[in-house]
Design a protein around this ligand. Structure first.
Ligand code: OSB
Ligand code: MG
Length: 368
């Protein structure tokens, strides 16, 4: 395909509830959408950089700059046959995985539409519906967390992840566990702790959690291995795994027993698939993380989660857990067995609702 035009859209979407993590708060979720045109078709991608460098060093502004000034000029009007060729095309450039992944997603959507194939089929995914859970932000107090968790259980989610941070950890997790002794429960610290907090993790170890996600710093595989050696609950890495090599090294030194795969964090779906394949070979289960995506990124997450190694439920909740309205349709709904159907129309399998998009758009730039 030959990409003849690309648009960047900076959007801001109001979440249903403020999402609080150890690194910050978000009520208006900003991101960059990439719209690529080729051969009479258009493909959409979602770059999950947000306004602040909280989860990643990238922001909407850095992604916009890197896409406009470097990544997009490398592909505009130069034939590129497949999204997996993007890695090679951009190899002179360092970093900025979130920006890379947003562009790559638009190419996957285009490739699928041009070939009449859904993204699940392009990736080689097998499942037509995938198990999902919900990621619950930090609440005011344990009572509020219990109530929120109760609402999501009532909605039909059978796996709950709660965010923790220093000052909002053991007490709240214990309270939720006491209230719901049998639920599938896990926690995510978003890198808020150090090995000085080992006693906290030893205490959490007795609460029957299915995993503890990213307790320590992003660049500290060694300390994660040290911590994993001291507790039985599996550690799951998110921020630490930015490419296949990191995954291989983390597994080799036993820094984790589970990996959260996000296409954004690892620079795209191609790299995500490589991490998936490596993990299967090493016997390490993976699951699909989320970045509060709109319907565009959510469609891609569902297709990725359809691959066979994605055994744990993903952080891919129904549309109504995040946005109403969303900018894409159809909306994703939860099935009674805590699964969501994987789209089966060509490409991502969703259509942008242009009126809604316009309503949330802060800025557009056209590149030709
Ligand atoms: O660490 O998994 C995370 C959202 C934004 C940034 C980081 C994370 C998250 C989530 C939400 O946990 C997952 C979702 O429902 O999209
Ligand atoms: Mg996480």
């Amino acid at each position: 395909m030959r990409i003849e035009r690309i648009e960047l859209h900076h959007i801001s979407m109001r979440l249903k509830n403020t999402f609080i993590t150890s690194f910050g708060e978000e009520l208006d979720r900003e991101c960059v959408l990439v719209r690529a045109f080729s051969d009479g078709q258009e493909g959409w991608g979602e770059c999950v950089a947000s306004r602040e460098p909280g989860f990643s060093y990238e922001t909407v502004e850095t992604a916009w700059h890197i896409l406009r000034d470097f990544f997009i000029p490398a592909i505009l009007n130069r034939p590129i046959s497949h999204p997996r060729d993007l890695k090679q095309r951009l190899q002179a450039f360092k970093g900025h995985p979130l920006a890379r992944a947003g562009l790559e997603m638009a190419l996957w959507d285009l490739r699928g539409k041009l070939d009449g194939k859904c993204l699940r089929a392009l990736l080689g995914g097998e499942k037509h519906r995938v198990p999902v859970g919900v990621s619950v932000g930090i609440q005011e107090n344990p009572e509020a967390m219990i109530e929120r968790v109760g609402e999501y259980l009532h909605n039909g989610y059978n796996r709950i992840k709660i965010k923790i941070k220093p000052g909002a950890d053991l007490e709240v997790v214990r309270a939720v566990r006491d209230c719901y002794p049998n639920i599938n429960l896990q926690v995510d610290a978003n890198a808020a702790y150090t090995l000085r907090d080992t006693t906290l993790f030893k205490d959490l170890d007795s609460l029957g959690l299915s995993m503890i996600e990213q307790p320590l710093a992003e660049d500290d595989l060694i300390d994660h291995a040290e911590l994993q050696g001291q507790i039985n609950t599996p550690l799951c890495l998110d921020e630490s795994i930015r490419n296949r090599r990191h995954a291989g090294q983390a597994i080799a030194i036993k820094a984790c027993k589970v990996i959260n795969i996000k296409s954004g964090r690892v620079g795209g779906l191609s790299e995500a698939m490589e991490i998936h394949d490596l993990s299967i070979g090493e016997g390490i289960p993976v699951w699909c993380g989320g970045m509060l995506e709109t319907g565009i990124g959510r469609a891609a997450n569902l297709a990725l989660a359809s691959l066979p190694g994605f055994t744990f439920p993903g952080d891919i909740s129904a549309t109504d857990r995040y946005y109403d309205p969303d900018i894409a349709e159809p909306r994703f709904t939860l099935n009674s067995d805590s699964t969501i159907d994987v789209p089966d129309k060509p490409g991502l399998g969703v259509d942008v609702i242009h009126d809604e998009l316009e309503r949330v758009t802060l800025k557009v730039e056209v590149l030709t």
